[in-house]
Design a protein. Structure first.
Lengths: 325, 694, 302
């Protein structure tokens, strides 16, 4: 869905790069800045007492288009935001006369940010007597990760191997019998695998031979199926609703979950319609029970149940093969 | 004048030039023949009082006799000398060396420039190389051909072009362009601050190495990459006509002179012209007067006028050589227009010599290269210095930091360069026996983040000597997810150091290079010279990879959230969903355009993409204002108008059956705008109308 | 609905959301059952830092006072409690962004307050008991009973001045709507919106709720094309001052009940910036159409 603006906007590319970063005046190793993934990792092992990070920024704008365009008093600002802390830091960037790039720095206060801040760039100008209009934004924002030790744009669901019985996480004790647990209330959904459940880790991590591999595949399918189901429910749990009652596509990990699963839950319905349908069934209760089998089907597809089950069935139907060796 | 030629040698040549015997000369001077012979052989000098008379007899002035920096009398006629066929009847169908190379201008640029660098004269200054593309047509072309004595060559070309060999086809095309299109492309390669073609006409020396002996490699010292070796053949290979003219300013005088030593060389296959059989080459020059080479065309000291007519004049007295490739072409390359050829040269120079062209703050560059293009004597593309930072910003930055001593141990900014030592264990020489020790050379590995515009990256550029790139290889075992980088390995002299171990490393690595100088591997020379050489090379490569990994590799694998691979594969959020690739089974908004009209309404023009079906689609269009975050306010339509393939019914768009697209426009109701239209972006969405129960 | 008394833990701790949601049964949320205190304490992780600010005593005190002061008008407790909660539970935004902290406060320290403030009286239409929505105990910061108040105070305070917080929290529409909008992450924007609201209240405007919603929608819509940060520049807060104020929690007396406490002296918004946006938002508010509630209801029932 593209937005139509009531004034001319930039067609050219706007890109932002972090050239250098420092923590309390000490330069950050460049290996913690990934221009390719557009991530800065601010976690320094052994240093948790820092107060401020400084990011040196460089922005490329379509300068010719700006020079020839109808906008006045053009400014370029970097905007650092984080939903969890409602924090927002804005820094103006400048372009020197002989330079083609806009440069500047933005300061990230440790007290204001907690986990993952997003760094975006906006180009602002005056048009038709109105100041401060956004005429362009960066193509892909950067992620400034305060917790990561490596500059990786994490897109996957977290899988944590944890000892439910004797591990440090007290709250897992009641679940000591459970082989795994799916947690969707955090920033990222997490699958917790119980290391005190004997044999589970060994099977998933080091299956050998067709039979063991087939078993591991089945278990993985089972876990993944649970995870997708839990994520789906969590994703449709509290949808924001527009004025006209249409639910919005949620952000973060919930969006890809819904995009992946809704076409299987409501085949033939566009995303917006499917979202509206699921929202009304959930809030009004009618047809919600009937939907569970569709959700289960969608989750089992994501978990590749048919493929892994077929592999397993074939493996058990040839038991001699393993014994002969 | 310490440089001036010995009187006897000079006199002997003058006598041959004027066609006078020693006896006749003695008679004119009223002396015995033995006296003149003693002068010519250098056993004695004439009395100063005789000098005016000697000058008169040779038809010159006293000054010339004293300084002997020029030949006396009028110039001998410049002419083409074609080598007669071998008496044994052996035939050659072209210069073998020339065909060892692809006739590609990029290769020519590389080889010619490398030769110039190897011949750098004053090592405190860069050697300057200039490429000039010059297209001649019409009158300019005729004047050039006259100066070239084309009429002497034409019969030979006509015959040679009839040859069915590859060379014949190339020549025929060259002649066709010349005759039918009246166009000739010259490519001139000048170098300044280079040695120039010094040495005698036929004996050992740079001149003979280039002009007389095609397969000779005249190596000056152990820094050279193969000076005037096989590479010079690319000059001839780049000419459709196998013809190259040369003008050299010598760094040390020959025959008492340095400026404008001119000669031309042509390579044609075996041929018969007017019943006479000729072997391959021909030379343009003065007929030699020495007995041994009588009639052979030799280089001559041309006057300025002649040099200009042949497009061979040089800018300054700075020593060096100008090669003029007549009928230049890019046979194996892809350049056809002058501009394309120009660009190909600039690219080749930047790609091969960015390192040599990089200067530090107190370290001059080894090379300055420029390219220009002309047509009929008028510049069409201004001369431009090849700037290595344009095509290879990150590589150039890496080397410059090294030269300026500004490298760091750990990267903290995108424009920094890490330098780290990599040890090369140079094995003992076989000749020295097992007892002699392994020597240690510290090569330097430079690493910097790649530039956004780099097309090639994440490889190791390996250099030695005058910072020539020997090979560019991919590192091994770097792991996944490494950000693009540039790495330069400086070994041997390329490190900028010069001591025993550096020289040993240079020799070792050169021995590891095949004749093309394009990789380090096991060669016959290497195994014959060194003990355990292949193992040392492998260890060196592994050490380079390890050093690189330490700089760019990920610090640690992800400590958490990794989990078993088998499970992770089923929990990816970034995979395209199963449905995203299939064609949507429902109508979607394809395009929206719009504007705010005078009354403050949005007028929106919407194009829909609709799956074909027999029934009509009933759609509800919804316009909303965009917001910073959260819920979007919906707008009411004041008016909906069907434009193509649809009609409007009750605020719905009813799309005609069997169509694939539809267009409608809508005007929003101003009183439903939560802010003036000029202050908000607008989005349009469609929903399928709920079936209304009848 | 018994007040939990003696068994309230002395210090705040961190309760994972997964645990919290498992104990929030219908019976608990309708006030018919007590939460399993011991199980919750066991599942919670302690806060390492030994600072006095994590003591529950002062918190219980203001919560009890709020319940007695506003026994007849529960919603009015928000405006009173928000600044006092913020000044009592002194912490950085990074610390406040931990949902585990708010879970613990709601489930282990003051479930009685959550029930008191958010449980609707009477019976639901279908005859089942009314219950508090789960997010009031454990949920997003704009819904959770305490997080919403603390964050409202953080977003609307002008440096040490909590007066704008009182105004903003005095209007439920403002509190519920605006706290979800990203636009208020810019302090001058938040303060200007409060000023416009204040003007509406002072002039005794009719349909105040609709007007507030219209204002929010207008500011949010215009925010899709205007970068308020450029129109109305602001500065980074003084982090040192904030830390000093937080450290003062060790010796600070309990917050006053009848006058507003003082927040951190970490800098007020630029006057000129707030003025400029106030003028602009006032104009937007004056021009914005009020939502036609009858149409909305029709759309809902369709």
């Amino acid at each position: 869905m593209s937005t139509v603006y009531p004034y001319p906007t930039l067609a050219g590319r706007v890109d932002i790069t972090v050239r250098q970063a420092g923590i309390d005046g000490k330069a950050l190793p460049f290996s913690l800045i990934s221009p390719r993934e557009q991530v800065v990792a601010l976690h320094l092992a052994g240093r948790d007492d820092w107060e401020e990070a400084t990011l040196e920024l460089e922005v490329g704008l379509p300068n010719d288009e700006l020079a020839d365009g109808p906008w006045a008093s053009v400014a370029c600002v970097a905007v650092l935001t984080e939903g969890a802390t409602n924090s927002r830091t804005v820094a103006r960037l400048e372009r020197r006369r002989d330079d083609t790039r806009w440069r500047g720095e933005i300061r990230l206060r440790r007290s204001m940010y907690v986990a993952r801040a997003v760094l975006q760039v906006s180009v602002v100008g005056s048009y038709d007597g109105i100041d401060g209009r956004v005429i362009g934004t960066g193509d892909v924002p950067w992620v400034v990760d305060l917790l990561a030790r490596t500059a990786v744009r994490q897109r996957d669901i977290e899988i944590v191997e944890e000892d439910f019985r004797d591990g440090p996480q007290e709250w897992l004790r009641p679940f000591k019998e459970a082989p795994w647990l799916v947690e969707t209330s955090g920033e990222l959904p997490t699958v917790l695998l119980n290391t005190s459940f004997e044999g589970l880790g060994a099977l998933l991590n080091g299956a050998r031979g067709p039979l063991e591999k087939a078993a591991a595949g089945l278990v993985a399918t089972q876990i993944a199926g649970d995870a997708w189901t839990a994520m789906f429910h969590s994703a449709v749990g509290d949808l924001e609703v527009d004025d006209d009652g249409a639910p919005q596509v949620p952000d973060g990990w919930k969006e890809p979950v819904l995009r992946a699963m809704l076409p299987d839950v409501f085949p033939g319905l566009p995303l917006a319609d499917a979202l509206a349908e699921i929202h009304s069934r959930r809030t009004e209760g009618h047809g919600w029970a009937e939907l569970q089998s569709r959700i289960q089907f969608a989750a089992s597809r994501r978990a590749q149940a048919p493929k892994n089950l077929t592999t397993a069935l074939r493996a058990v139907s040839r038991p001699q093969e393993g014994a002969a060796r | 004048m310490e440089d001036s030629e010995h009187f006897g040698v000079w006199l002997g040549r003058q006598l041959r030039r004027v066609g006078m015997t020693q006896a006749q000369f003695a008679e004119e001077l009223d002396l015995t023949r033995a006296a003149v012979s003693a002068w010519v052989t250098g056993r004695a000098q004439p009395k100063p009082t005789l000098m005016p008379r000697i000058a008169q007899l040779l038809g010159t002035d006293l000054a010339t006799v004293v300084t002997r920096d020029t030949d006396a009398g009028s110039a001998r006629p410049v002419t083409w000398h074609h080598r007669l066929a071998h008496a044994d009847g052996g035939r050659e169908y072209g210069n073998a060396a020339a065909f060892a190379f692809d006739a590609n201008l990029a290769v020519l640029a590389r080889e010619a420039t490398q030769n110039s660098m190897d011949e750098r004269y004053d090592i405190a200054r860069p050697v300057r190389v200039r490429f000039t593309l010059h297209e001649l047509t019409g009158e300019h072309l005729n004047r050039f051909l006259t100066a070239l004595k084309w009429n002497e060559l034409e019969p030979h070309y006509d015959v040679a072009a009839r040859s069915r060999q590859k060379v014949g086809r190339v020549l025929a095309e060259g002649l066709r362009l010349l005759r039918e299109e009246s166009s000739l492309l010259l490519l001139r390669v000048d170098d300044y601050n280079a040695s120039g073609l010094t040495g005698p006409e036929y004996g050992d020396g740079r001149f003979a190495a280039v002009v007389r002996r095609q397969l000779d490699s005249h190596k000056r010292d152990d820094r050279a990459g193969g000076s005037y070796g096989l590479g010079k053949a690319t000059l001839w290979a780049a000419s459709r006509l196998g013809l190259v003219l040369i003008n050299s300013t010598l760094s040390e005088s020959h025959e008492g002179r340095t400026a404008r030593r001119v000669v031309g060389r042509l390579d044609l296959p075996w041929r018969t012209v007017d019943g006479v059989a000729y072997a391959g080459p021909a030379w343009l020059g003065e007929p030699d007067t020495e007995k041994e080479h009588e009639g052979v065309s030799r280089s001559w000291w041309a006057d300025e006028r002649t040099a200009a007519d042949l497009w061979l004049e040089r800018d300054s007295d700075d020593p060096g050589t100008s090669f003029l490739i007549v009928g230049a072409h890019d046979a194996a390359g892809h350049s056809s227009t002058l501009k394309e050829t120009y660009d190909a040269l600039v690219e080749a120079l930047a790609d091969n010599f960015w390192a040599a062209m990089t200067a530090g703050r107190s370290t001059p560059a080894v090379l300055e290269a420029s390219v220009r293009a002309m047509k009929d004597g008028v510049t069409v593309v201004e001369e431009r210095r090849v700037d290595p930072t344009e095509r290879h910003p990150a590589l150039t930055r890496a080397l410059r930091s090294h030269l300026d001593g500004e490298t760091v141990a750990e990267l903290t900014a995108a424009d920094q360069v890490v330098a780290t030592d990599v040890v090369l264990d140079i094995p003992a020489l076989r000749a020295a026996g097992r007892g002699s020790g392994v020597r240690e050379h510290r090569a330097v590995l430079l690493v910097t983040p790649a530039d956004d515009a780099d097309t090639e990256h994440s490889r190791i550029v390996c250099m030695r000597g005058t910072r020539m790139t020997v090979t560019t290889r991919r590192p091994r075992n770097l792991g996944l997810g490494v950000d693009p980088f540039q790495a330069v390995l400086l070994a041997g002299f390329a490190t900028g150091n010069d001591d025993e171990s550096v020289r040993a490393a240079e020799a070792f690595l050169r021995a590891a290079e095949p004749p093309e100088h394009d990789r380090w591997g096991t060669t016959d020379e290497l195994t014959a010279t060194y003990l355990n050489a292949p193992r040392r090379l492998t260890e060196f490569n592994a050490a380079v990879d390890a050093a690189l990994r330490a700089v760019v590799g990920r610090r640690s694998t992800r400590p958490t959230g990794d989990g078993p691979e088998i499970l992770r594969g089923l929990l990816r959020l970034d995979l395209p969903s199963a449905g995203s690739r299939r064609v949507e089974g429902y109508p979607v908004v394809d395009r929206v355009s719009g504007r705010v009209d005078a009354s403050g309404s949005w007028t929106l023009d919407v194009t829909l993409k609709v799956p074909q079906r027999d029934d009509s689609w009933q759609l509800v269009p919804v316009a909303k204002f965009d917001v910073r975050s959260g819920s979007r306010p919906a707008l009411r339509w004041a008016e909906l108008t069907a434009n193509e393939n649809c009609r409007v019914l009750d605020g719905r768009i009813v799309v005609d059956p069997e169509v694939r697209s539809a267009r409608f426009s809508g005007t929003t109701a101003v009183d439903s705008h939560p802010v003036p239209a000029s202050l908000a972006g607008v989005v349009v969405d469609i929903r399928q109308a709920q079936e209304v129960p009848a | 609905m018994n007040r939990s008394g003696a068994d309230v833990p002395d210090r705040l701790a961190l309760l994972p959301s997964a645990v919290a949601s498992k104990y929030l049964t219908n019976a608990v949320r309708s006030g018919h059952e007590r939460l399993p205190q011991v199980a919750i304490l066991r599942a919670a992780g302690s806060i390492e830092d030994g600072s006095a600010r994590w003591s529950t005593g002062p918190l219980k005190e203001i919560l009890d006072e709020a319940m007695s002061r506003f026994a007849d008008a529960r919603t009015e407790a928000d405006a009173w409690l928000a600044p006092r909660l913020h000044a009592t539970l002194r912490m950085t935004r990074a610390e406040a962004a931990r949902p585990e902290l708010w879970n613990f406060l709601a489930l282990a320290v003051a479930p009685d307050y959550v029930l008191w403030r958010h449980l609707a009286t009477g019976e639901a239409k279908d005859g089942t008991a009314k219950k508090v929505n789960t997010p009031r105990f454990a949920g997003p910061q704009d819904s959770q009973a305490f997080a919403r108040l603390w964050w409202a105070a953080e977003m609307f305070r002008d440096g040490p001045d909590y007066r704008p917080v009182e105004v903003a929290c005095g209007n439920q529409d403002m509190l519920n709507t605006v706290l979800r909008l990203d636009t208020i992450d810019h302090k001058p924007t938040a303060l200007a919106m409060v000023r416009v609201l204040e003007g509406m209240v002072r002039s005794g405007a009719t349909r105040l709720g609709d007007r507030v919603n219209a204002l929010c929608t207008a500011v949010n819509s215009a925010g899709s094309t205007l970068l308020y940060d450029v129109l109305a520049p602001d500065e980074l807060p003084d982090q040192e001052a904030l830390f000093a104020w937080i450290d003062d929690a060790e010796g600070a007396p309990p917050v006053p009940w009848d006058r507003l406490p003082d927040g951190p002296e970490d800098g007020t918004a630029r006057r000129a910036s707030v003025d400029r946006l106030t003028l602009m938002f006032q104009e937007l508010a004056d021009g914005a159409p009020l939502r036609d509630r009858s149409r909305k209801r029709a759309a809902d029932s369709a």
